[in-house]
Design a protein. Structure first.
Ligand code: ADP
Ligand code: ZN
Ligand code: ZN
Length: 761
């Protein structure tokens, strides 16, 4: 046997580091190592890590390297296309490749033992309790155990056993997992155990992670397009002949989704794959139901509320010979492998949740999706009633094709929007807490008619603040520079930045005063107020706190859809894309909270959010009515929302953006510096700002303290870069990375962290 030169392999490890790691390949493994397979390597003193092989070569490194230990895959689990995309993301968003790897792969593929089919624990009523009388006896037994009774009752509500009279059926109407019940009822482990010990509830295991069977595809099950829709559809196809990206601006309820369905069908007929991106997991519930009717089991769903096992299965299926033809998902679905992608649809393209905030990579799924489409020679359709400034600009300048649809399906009128002057109402002491007399009146009328109501408040929790009425003291988080939100249900103060919880102080630590009061309205308090005003109307709340468990979205949305609940209260989750037939009235409780945000996009966000939530009203039948409550009726934006005059809004917005050098005319990069020591981060930021200014001049602004200048015990500073069109971005990135390296090598700034937010939104 002839001696072979040692071969080496460069590996991505899931670490926040910019470099690849080189290892040698022991002889017996030479055949097995390929680009895209996972390998196990020794790292540090004793640790083993799973990494991804990306490049095999025989260039001997200058330092001593170790052998890889094992190869986990026989075929690549990451395609060459994906690797190219990861590199693009790492480069463009200035994020270490290890973090891109971390974000892209489901956890099950990053762990050594891989994934096993997972089971989940469900709870149900034991057979002997499945009868109305038996249930009454059970209640009697729990009379003294209030926490258990509450949890038991929550179970009955969730499973809909409570709607059954007489003998119960064999199975609960809705299956409930143990986790979901614990989440919904805030039960402690002890309470749960007591209920199980007493045999009030029993558990059973069910394997999850079997991919959903969506049924037989019925491609002819598409709705017939209206004349206006057909014209838009034809126009989109026509634009695709010339442009790779087309923006469909269609008013809310114009039937954009139906047009997408027709386009997907057409792509499948060409044997191409489709990626359909949504900004919000809540939305996947309804859209899935609509798509499944047509595409059956050719449709796969992918988002972060899916179990890891399921995500691993979908990933592997997409690598197989029979991948899903249509993938419906939230942001992270752009990172899946695709083999024959033909069309990407980005619904509600203006939504900022397409941008990942924390942790890195801080990528914008819209930009990545357009890159992905480009990579595959596929087309991209952006859809929105209120396009982002960026996309609108691209459409106006002819970079993207533009198709407009200005009528609602069936010619239903856009909702009427009435403005309430909250300041005036408060002065005249006419407000019912957060509800104006007009809103109350309108709600009553709609409910009497058997119609439904959506109330929108962009704050979760009970009260955004607690305040000492004697001295004005406000409890703040110890780790972050923010006031704490009061959650009445849990009787806790929580920090929405670091998640820390605190008990509510009995006395003010500042003045010993005992009059501590919640201040302001969160969704939880609104819910309480509404239940007081409408004691007999079933109410549901949809916000981050009520949707922690896997099935919560589905239940809340299906209950509201079926009319089991009549009033839906929620945060921005209720503002996007949902389609309900019987919502007559939408209340926007506090428009000002969206406007008083220190961000150059605040107005754009407020306008789109208000227009979107208004768009939930009156989608079928009679004209919808929106009650918009504000303390500042004079602001021009209110008038623009009321008249649905987005053209006026955009031309003003664009003029301002152009004048003040903001996107879409200039690019922004935020540089963040983080350290546990406030003085140190301050000096570091000033120094780094100075260095950057030497190279990039007046494009560099700051440093400044961001609105929240301390998070999780780290003090933060922000430097802003405003970059004119045509600037050499490569050079800008090099300057930044060089400055970063110089700062990191400076001993005074040890453990300083520097990271970037490119194209912040
Ligand atoms: P958008 O996505 O523009 O907000 P949707 O696609 O959700 O609008 O359409 C609004 C409602 O009208 C939905 O309930 C949808 O099923 C219905 N609809 C739209 N177009 C058609 C059509 N061509 N045939 C039947 N129903 C339609
Ligand atoms: Zn006080
Ligand atoms: Zn905190």
């Amino acid at each position: 046997m002839t001696e072979r030169p040692t071969t080496y392999v460069d590996i991505i490890l899931p670490l926040p580091l910019n470099s690849l790691f080189t290892y040698s390949i022991p002889e017996p493994l030479t055949e097995a190592v390929k680009s895209g397979v996972r390998v196990i390597v020794p790292f540090g003193k004793q640790k083993m890590m799973v990494g991804l092989a990306v490049r095999i070569h025989d260039k001997e490194p200058e330092f001593k390297v170790k052998d890889i230990t094992r190869v986990l895959d026989t075929t690549p689990i990451v395609t060459e296309d994906q690797l190219r995309m990861w590199n693009w993301i790492a480069d463009y968003y200035m994020s270490p490749i290890g973090e891109v790897f971390n974000a892209a792969l489901p956890a099950g593929l990053k762990a050594e033992d891989g994934f096993r089919p997972k089971t989940e624990t469900y709870v149900t009523l034991p057979e002997n309790l499945r009868h109305e009388q038996a249930l009454h006896i059970a209640f009697g037994m729990l009379k003294r155990a209030l926490a258990q009774l509450k949890t038991f009752n929550t179970y009955l509500t969730l499973s809909h056993w409570d709607t059954i009279v007489g003998d119960c059926t064999d199975e609960p109407v809705v299956e409930v997992t143990k986790d979901e019940l614990i989440n919904e009822s805030h039960a402690t482990a002890g309470v749960m155990k007591q209920l199980l010990d007493k045999k009030m509830l029993v558990t059973y295991e069910k394997e999850v992670g079997r991919l959903n069977c969506g049924g037989v595809p019925q491609l002819d099950n598409v709705k017939r397009l209206s004349a206006a829709q057909q014209e838009a559809y034809n126009n989109i196809l026509f634009q695709f002949l010339k442009k790779n990206v087309v923006l469909l601006r269609g008013v809310t309820s114009s039937g954009k989704t139906e047009i997408y369905i027709h386009l997907i069908k057409q792509a499948l007929e060409r044997h191409e794959q489709v990626l359909y991106l949504l900004p919000e997991i809540a939305l996947t519930v309804q859209i899935r139901q609509r798509l499944q009717k047509v595409f059956g089991d050719r449709l796969g769903i992918y988002h972060s509320k899916y179990s890891d096992a399921e995500r691993v299965e979908i990933w592997k299926k997409q690598l197989s010979d029979s991948p899903y033809d249509v993938i419906l998902g939230a942001r992270s679905a752009v990172l899946l492998p695709f083999s024959k992608l033909g069309l990407v649809i980005i619904d509600e393209e203006h939504e900022t949740s397409f941008k990942q905030q924390d942790p890195a990579p801080r990528y914008h799924a819209r930009s990545v999706a357009i890159m992905l489409a480009h990579q595959h020679g596929a087309k991209t359709l952006l859809g929105s009633a209120t396009p982002s400034a960026e996309s609108w600009h691209n459409a106006e300048t002819g970079k993207y094709g533009l198709v407009e649809l200005d009528v609602r399906y069936k010619g239903i009128e856009m909702p009427e929007i009435k403005v309430v002057d909250v300041k005036d109402m408060q002065r005249r002491k006419m407000m019912y807490g957060p509800i104006s007399p007009l809103l109350l009146e309108t709600m009553k009328k709609a409910l009497d008619n058997g119609e439904q109501v959506i109330l929108f408040q962009n704050r979760r929790g009970f009260a955004p603040m607690v305040e000492c009425r004697t001295c004005g003291w406000v409890p703040k988080c110890e780790n972050c520079d923010v006031s704490l939100t009061f959650h009445k249900n849990m009787n806790m103060l929580t920090c929405h930045y670091c998640g820390f919880t605190y008990s509510v102080p009995k006395k003010c630590p500042n003045c010993e005063g005992e009059d501590l009061r919640p201040y302001g309205y969160g969704t939880e308090k609104i819910e309480e107020k509404i239940m007081e005003l409408f004691p007999n109307v079933p109410v549901a709340r949809m916000d981050l706190d009520t949707t922690r468990s896997r099935n919560a979205y589905e239940r809340i949305i299906n209950d509201f859809s079926a009319g089991r609940t009549k009033i839906l209260i929620g945060t921005q989750m209720v503002s996007k894309g949902l389609d309900f037939d019987h919502v007559r009235v939408v209340g926007i409780l506090n428009a000002d909270s969206m406007l008083n945000v220190p961000d150059f996009r605040a107005y754009e966000h407020a306008f789109t959010m208000m227009s979107q939530v208004a768009g939930r009203a009156g989608r079928k039948g009679d004209r919808g009515l929106v009650i918009l409550q504000t303390k500042d009726v004079e602001q021009p934006i209110i008038e623009q929302v009321v008249t649905n005059n987005w053209r006026a809004f955009y031309s003003q917005l664009m003029a301002e953006r152009r004048l003040f050098h903001y996107p879409p005319f200039y690019r922004l990069i935020y540089v963040y510096l983080k350290h546990k020591d406030d003085d140190r981060v301050n000096t570091a930021a000033i120094e780094m700002g100075g260095r950057l200014r030497q190279w990039l001049g007046a494009r560099v602004l700051g440093p400044d303290k961001p609105a929240v200048s301390k998070v999780r015990t780290f003090f933060i500073r922000k430097i802003m870069l405003k970059l004119e069109p045509g600037i050499d971005m490569k050079r800008v990135r090099q300057c930044l990375l060089l400055a970063q390296r110089q700062m990191e090598q400076d001993k005074r700034y040890s453990s300083l962290q520097i990271y970037y937010d490119v194209d912040p939104s």
